[in-house]
Design a protein around this ligand. Structure first.
Ligand code: GLY
Length: 373
């Protein structure tokens, strides 16, 4: 049974106060609020030193943006339309957003509110980082990928013709509103792909969450608000704890890239757009599970539990498996250091390690045999 926003169960969920999760401390405090019905109460949580906001959103996030606009009322200084295509996440788009903000008379004590998916929060967060050398901003993610990953942790940026996110800055949003109701119009394929990142957080950092959210997979897929809230809040908690321990990715933050070593290569080798980011990460996790079994002592039952959830989130399109193509992209991975590829492995569900000794050939072999069924 699908429980809609007016269902009895959901009314009980919305009565609860939102959970407050700290993602970074002073001087750039960043707080995630996770709860049902937050958009209507956005004015209580969004932050702006001047009390004025620039609301930036793409057409796909129209309903969520309208709810935020109603909540902010006359505090909205201007609305800025954003193109949320991955191909539009460019320096030229950043300049257009800055042009619109300057034309509206933005001052350095005003704040942006970015409503949308990862492209929108990355782009608007990047403009906030460079406009007047840094203004405040807030994130209202409207995708599962944005809620579990992109909007949390202060990474902002745009793409360069030589690669994704090559131009960017760490500039955390003051507030992030994670409201499952903002997912109401998200297409099914994007909804499922983004959930891969949410389950990934559970697998790297919270075994109890992984067990509960694994058992409630069918409720999550039915968009039951209680099940979604539990998974998303748990995922934000894991990511926030990792980011707090290593805000600028000097070491431990790399565990958030579980499934991404091969995932990025699959995404690029297939031509961006063939696979959603989360779908590529799902395949990357399937390969990382194989390597984790051999190298990190991951048990067969833990490996099966991860595969079962990935299979339930899919089926995902077949990825590129040609080792010649994958080799090229794996060798260019931005996380590679002088020591080698930073491979994230699981030794058990809830515990991840970074291993810099896994040869590239082993990833190619895992890509050849990986399976999601
Ligand atoms: N998406 C990985 C991170 O935020 O570090």
């Amino acid at each position: 049974m699908k429980r809609g926003p007016t269902g009895e169960k959901n009314e009980a969920v919305s009565a609860a106060a939102p959970e407050r999760i700290s993602v970074s401390g002073p001087p750039h405090e960043s707080t995630a609020w996770v709860g049902v019905g937050l958009l209507e109460r956005a004015a209580e949580y969004l932050r702006s030193p001047s009390g004025r906001f620039l609301l930036a959103a793409p057409p796909a996030a129209r309903a969520a943006a309208a709810a935020v606009r109603r909540a902010l009322g006359t505090a909205v200084l201007a609305e800025i339309a954003i193109d949320d295509a991955e191909s539009a996440k460019t320096l030229a788009s950043a300049e257009r957003v800055a042009d619109a903000a300057l034309a509206a008379g933005t001052r350095r004590d005003d704040a942006f509110v970015a409503v949308g998916g990862g492209v929108v929060t990355d782009l608007v967060g990047f403009v906030a980082a460079i406009l007047f050398r840094g203004v405040a901003w807030n994130a209202v993610p409207t995708t599962t990928a944005g809620m579990a990953d992109a909007a949390i942790g202060g990474k902002t940026g745009v793409n360069h013709r030589l690669g994704k996110n090559l131009l960017g800055a760490f500039h955390p949003p003051g507030a992030i509103l994670v409201d499952p109701r903002a997912l109401a119009t998200l297409p099914e394929r994007d909804f499922r792909a983004g959930l891969v990142e949410a389950y990934k957080d559970a697998w790297i950092g919270d075994p109890a969450l992984a067990a509960r959210a694994g058992a409630r997979l069918s409720d999550v897929l039915e968009r039951d608000e209680g099940a979604l809230l539990e998974l998303l809040a748990g995922s934000v908690r894991v990511k926030a704890a990792v980011v707090l321990s290593d805000p600028k990715e000097g070491g431990r933050r790399r565990i958030l890239n579980f499934g991404h070593t091969l995932g990025h290569a699959l995404e690029a080798a297939g031509g961006f757009g063939a696979l959603r980011h989360g779908e590529a990460v799902a395949w990357g996790i399937a390969a990382a599970v194989e390597i984790s079994r051999r190298r990190a002592g991951l048990s067969a039952s833990d490996a099966d539990a991860v595969r079962r959830v990935l299979a339930g989130l899919g089926p995902f399109p077949e990825p590129e498996r040609d080792p010649r193509r994958l080799r090229e992209y794996l060798a260019r991975d931005k996380k590679t250091t002088a020591r080698g590829l930073a491979s994230v492995l699981l030794d058990r569900i809830g515990s991840a390690i970074v291993d810099e000794t896994v040869p590239l050939e082993e990833w190619l072999e895992a890509a050849r045999i990986m399976s999601l069924s």
